[in-house]
Design a protein around this ligand. Sequence first.
Ligand code: G3P
Length: 213
Amino acid sequence: MRIFIDSANIEEIREINNMGFLAGVTTNPSLVAKEKRDYHQVIREIAAIVDGPISAEVISLDLDGMLQEAEVLAQIHTNVVIKIPLTATGLQAISILSKKEIATNATLIFSANQAILAARAGASYVSPFLGRVDDNGNDGMILLNDIVTVFDNYMLDTEIIAASIRHPMHVIQAAKNGSHIATIPYKVIKQMIKHPMTDAGIEKFLRDWKESM
Ligand code: G3P
C-alpha cells in the first residue's frame, strides 16, 4: 500500500516528504480553506515538493464549471489529479477528462456502486471515505473490502485510495484489506511513527551506554 498525506499544509508535507516514504498528496476544499492562502499557489508548492500524484478538488457542481476548473488545475503540474465529487455530473466530467488523459480522483465515495461507476467512467482513483462511514454507524472497512473485491474481480485499473483515515488502526486495516493507497492526515502519520516501547528502548540503551563509561 502506498502512503499519501491528506493535507494542504506545506510545512507538514515537507516534513513528511523528507522521511522518504511519501508517494502522493490529497487535498480537499476544507483542508485548503484552513490554510487561508491562494489555492493554485498551494498546489504549485506541493507539486514542487512531492514527486507523485497531487489531488486538487473542483468546487463547481456544474459540468462546465468542473471542466474549466479542471483545465486550469491540470496545467499547474503534470502530477495534478483532478478530484471530483461522485455525482451524475461528476461522472460526466470524469469521462470527458479521462478521454483527454487528465487523471481524476472520484471523491466522496460511500458505496461500491459509486466506485464501480467511477471506474467505468474512467477515474484514475476512487476515494472511499472510511472514517465518515464509521461516523454514521457503519463499517468503513466493509465498504473498502467490497470495492477491492469488485475491482479485483474485473481487473479494473482504477486505484483505491482509503480516505477519511482517523487513526493508525484504520491504516493497518486498509492495508490488510488490499487498498492500493491510504491518504493519511499528518497527525495520524506521526502516531504511526511513535511507539512508547521504541522510546523506552532508546532510553534504556542510552542509560546502559552512559553507565558503562
Ligand atoms: O480528503 C478527504 C478525506 O480524507 C477527508 O477526511 O476526516 O474530513 O472525513 P475527513
